[in-house]
Design a protein around this ligand. Structure first.
Ligand SMILES: NC(=O)c1ccc[n+]([C@@H]2O[C@H](COP(=O)([O-])OP(=O)(O)OC[C@H]3O[C@@H](n4cnc5c(N)ncnc54)[C@H](O)[C@@H]3O)[C@@H](O)[C@H]2O)c1
Length: 258
């Protein structure tokens, strides 16, 4: 089967990192299913990519909807080569002692359970094909402690753990599973955190060795590399794409050496 006919699902593909990834996969010749809570935006984005792509409404927190998503894509395109688990939301904006269990559960339901169910359903198809690549969106917040990011950090750390366990389970079945851990990326998710006073862009720029936020396409490049045959011997890894944020151990990346 030629690369022209390869098929990818990008959850949360209507905006931000997901949209940048969908565009890049389409450029590489994939048929892309943009699966997003925002149904109309997903259809519009698929239309922007041209013919041969699909926009599909899904809430990744709803098991039945994720199962239906994979079924629909396989029915329409006949196979599934790449799954990018990207759909996500930011954490609640309160200090820990004011955080609610409902919001905690909701975030885990989207990020952690959503990724689990999508991997499980894609895994069924990829095991039958004996080929496939899954890329899960992790985060620096799952690797280091960021105050009050409880559900978000736990979800992302959990996604990294699942990435490793599924990678090991399926390594001899032709399925690779990897993660990308972005630092701060200029998307609506970050704009919302900044608007809510949960984050200062200036402080992030100071703390980041490269002195700036990432562009969505810089994360998309890493996702597409891990999904591609160029990464054929890479599985179970979480690649930091963070301008050096996680590597940095001194006081202020903007100041004199300390
Ligand atoms: N922006 C960052 O700085 C950053 C950093 C690290 C990790 N990430 C991760 O990258 C991923 C994408 O983030 P982004 O910044 O592009 O976000 P974004 O807000 O720009 O886009 C997220 C997309 O996900 C969709 N979505 C939200 N909930 C959904 C659900 N339940 N079902 C289906 N779709 C849903 C939204 O409609 C939207 O289109 C997320 O998993 C996020 O946690 C982002």
């Amino acid at each position: 089967m030629s690369r022209q006919q390869s098929v990818a699902i990008v959850t949360g593909g209507a905006n931000g990192i997901g949209w940048a990834t969908a565009q890049r996969l389409a450029e590489e010749g994939y048929r892309v299913a943009i699966a997003d809570l925002q149904a109309e935006a997903a259809r519009q984005r698929a239309h922007e990519l041209g013919t041969g792509h699909a926009g599909i409404a899904v809430d990744v927190a709803a098991e039945a909807q994720v199962m239906a998503l994979v079924e629909t894509v396989v029915a329409q395109f006949g196979r599934l080569d790449v799954l990018v688990n990207n759909a996500g939301i930011g954490d609640q904006s309160h200090p820990t002692i004011h955080q609610s269990v409902d919001a905690f559960d909701r975030l885990l339901g989207i990020h952690l359970r959503g990724t689990f169910v999508a991997c499980r359903e894609a895994g069924k198809v990829m095991l039958a094909q004996r080929s496939g690549a899954i890329v899960n969106l992790c985060s620096i917040a799952g690797l280091a402690g960021i105050p009050a990011r409880n559900a978000y950090g736990a979800a992302k750390a959990g996604i990294a753990a699942m990435t490793r366990s599924m990678a090991c389970e399926w390594a001899r079945d032709g399925i690779r599973v990897n993660g990308v851990a972005p630092g701060y990326v200029a998307t609506e998710l970050v704009n919302t955190l900044a608007r809510n006073g949960q984050m200062s862009v200036k402080a992030i720029e100071r703390r980041t060795p490269m002195g700036r936020l990432a562009r969505p396409d810089e994360i998309a490049h890493a996702i597409c590399f891990l999904a591609s045959d160029a990464a054929s011997y890479i599985t179970g890894t979480v690649l930091s794409v963070d301008g050096g944020w996680h590597a940095y151990g001194a006081a202020d990346a903007d100041g004199p050496p300390s």
